[in-house]
Write a protein that binds this ligand. Structure first.
Ligand code: FAD
Ligand code: NAP
Length: 508
């Protein structure tokens, strides 16, 4: 992120897009853009960018781009889809840039990722061609008439019915399939079940034949990788088929090649944690099965002044458990977020104005932290600044309950003032209770009364606070906070001799 000039915030951009000003310079006309034409618009004062086949004149947006003009210019006059996906795949550019739309590319510049994967699979001779390219309604007929198609050698699905229920069974053969790897939603007669396997996922996505009740039951046979989704029929009718396949039905593609999926969650409580930070509890729909893995975040989406605005947030536990015996399992019904409300924050102000009972959209989880990074660690260091504490909450829970070789967990928590410290008392209590856990608070703007440590992240501070409990012990150092804090911290740690494998930085 770069500092933006006054009057160049996201809200200012939204206002400009609603002002009726001609932002493309084409007076509302849409055109077919050739690659040659696109390439001509490669200057700051005349900059077009293609994203997923659509061309935008981003010249008026330059000064509003939170990542700075230079970042935007990297894609000037070219197809910026890959760059965009690397940096912020989740940003709803269609909504943000709709007034900048110039038109479509005359020739689609990129092969669709799905097609690329399918072609690879065809090439290795795994899949029958016609099923790959056209998921037919026939695939959705009951078991006795047609067994489910095999899109990938270890993924298939099937379904059966009784008078009152419909059951979909997904077979993955993935060992250790768990609740975090299965995401199911059933909204408006549409069933969507996503099974995550490393960086790929298998999707069953169907417009159901008839309506079903809201509560959906998901059972996972972890050892054999089988998922059973039970739906209750609204009317006791015989279903001739499961339903109509939707666009991505029965596909197995890279996780990052799927568009974001959102479901609406109800705000059920909002409690103060510090003077500016609140704990929001959202209730998932009964028809959703979603557990956000440790170290991952989701995107929250709200319509603000008529524009969809999306920001990432990291779910936490509702409180800090003091008795770490078994990992706190998600109850599958609620998500908790610890969110700092910024006085001039576009998203957090809107969030703070939500009333209990209001709805907000929540995406599927994302993030590149793997629990396996922590599983063999003996010493874990958690370096958090401000709300950068949020990923550390579940990490604390996980390391203290599930990492058998763990010797120490040390949280080094950077804040401006004492009143900014999230869960200070609970953390102190935990340190008293569990000899493996230690917490150190470091304040950058303390009052005179503060007797603890003072300062900012630095090489000398880290060499003092981050030390192996024994020579050659296996360490994991996790770091999260404002981007410059995280970047500097990583650099200091590398300078101190820690390897990239020993460091995990939480970023977008
Ligand atoms: P904006 O309108 O974007 O900014 C308004 C003002 O707020 C800015 O001028 C600045 O003073 C301040 N501000 C805004 N963003 C930041 C920032 N990122 N750092 C410092 N100051 C800022 N936040 C949480 O509170 N809880 C979380 O669990 C959480 N998880 C996150 C997970 C990820 C992966 C990432 C990348 C960020 C996370 N954030 C979290 C930050 C969050 O996404 C937003 O950036 C933040 O809530 C501010 O949004 P806003 O629209 O209100 O502020
Ligand atoms: P804050 O209160 O502004 O700052 C917390 C501490 O970090 C303060 O001591 C502050 O010192 C220090 N700090 C701030 N900027 C720094 C910098 N450039 N270099 C060194 N130290 C710095 O923090 P906040 O408002 O809660 O913000 C938390 C941040 O964490 C946000 O940027 C949020 O996006 C990020 N976050 C990321 C994730 C994720 O990626 N997964 C999750 C949650 C939160 P000063 O007195 O100098 O300001």
């Amino acid at each position: 992120q770069v500092p933006l000039k006054p009057g160049r915030s996201l809200m200012d951009w939204i206002r400009l897009t609603k002002s009726g000003k001609d932002l493309t310079g084409l007076k509302g006309r849409l055109m077919q853009v050739t690659e040659d034409e696109l390439a001509k618009h490669n200057k700051k004062e005349d900059c077009w960018i293609c994203i997923r086949g659509f061309v935008y004149n981003v010249t008026p947006y330059m000064e509003y781009h939170p990542g700075g003009e230079d970042e935007l210019m990297k894609a000037a006059g070219t197809d910026g889809t890959d760059l965009f996906d690397q940096v912020h795949r989740w940003v709803n550019y269609e909504s943000m840039l709709k007034e900048c739309l110039v038109g479509r590319m005359a020739v689609k510049p990129l092969a669709a990722p799905k097609a690329a994967v399918l072609i690879t699979l065809l090439f290795v001779g795994m899949l029958p061609e016609k099923k790959l390219l056209h998921a037919s309604a026939k695939d959705l007929t009951p078991r006795k008439q047609f067994s489910s198609s095999l899109y990938f050698w270890f993924c298939s699905y099937d379904w059966f019915q009784t008078e009152s229920s419909v059951t979909i069974v997904i077979y993955t053969k993935q060992k250790d399939l768990n609740a975090e790897l299965v995401i199911v939603d059933c909204q408006d007669k549409q069933l969507r079940a996503e099974i995550i396997m490393d960086d790929h996922c298998f999707l069953v996505e169907v417009a159901l034949y008839h309506a079903v009740e809201e509560d959906v039951t998901v059972n996972i046979a972890e050892k054999i990788g089988k998922v059973q989704i039970s739906l209750k029929k609204k009317a006791n009718l015989h279903w001739k088929m499961l339903g109509q396949p939707l666009e991505s039905h029965n596909t197995f593609i890279k996780h990052t090649d799927r568009g974001p999926f959102y479901r609406k969650c109800k705000l059920v409580s909002k409690t103060e944690v510090t003077h500016d930070t609140k704990l929001f509890c959202l209730m998932l729909p009964k028809s959703t099965h979603l557990c956000v893995p440790t170290g991952q975040h989701v995107y929250l989406k709200q319509i603000i002044a008529g524009t969809e605005v999306v920001k990432p947030y990291t779910p936490v536990l509702p409180f800090l458990p003091l008795d770490f015996k078994a990992p706190s399992h998600c109850d599958g019904a609620h998500l908790y977020f610890m969110i700092k409300i910024y006085p001039s924050g576009l998203f957090t102000q809107a969030l703070d104005h939500l009333q209990i009972g209001d709805f907000i959209s929540v995406s599927n989880p994302e993030g590149n932290f793997q629990k396996s990074q922590a599983e063999a660690s003996e010493d874990v260091f958690l370096l958090a600044a401000g709300t950068g504490f949020t990923p550390m909450v579940k990490l604390l829970d996980f390391t203290l309950t599930a990492v058998s070789c763990l010797r120490t967990v040390k949280l080094i928590f950077f804040n401006k003032t004492e009143e900014d410290i999230i869960w200070q008392k609970q953390l102190e209590q935990l340190a008293q209770k569990d000899a493996r856990f230690e917490v150190q608070f470091i304040l950058s703007q303390p009052t005179k009364a503060w007797e603890g440590k003072e300062g900012k992240i630095s090489s000398s501070l880290l060499s003092e606070c981050v030390q192996r409990s024994r020579k050659d012990s296996q360490v994991l150092i996790c770091i999260c906070g404002p981007a410059p804090f995280t970047e500097q911290g990583v650099q200091y740690l590398m300078d101190l001799g820690y390897s990239p494998e020993e460091i995990h930085a939480f970023t977008a």
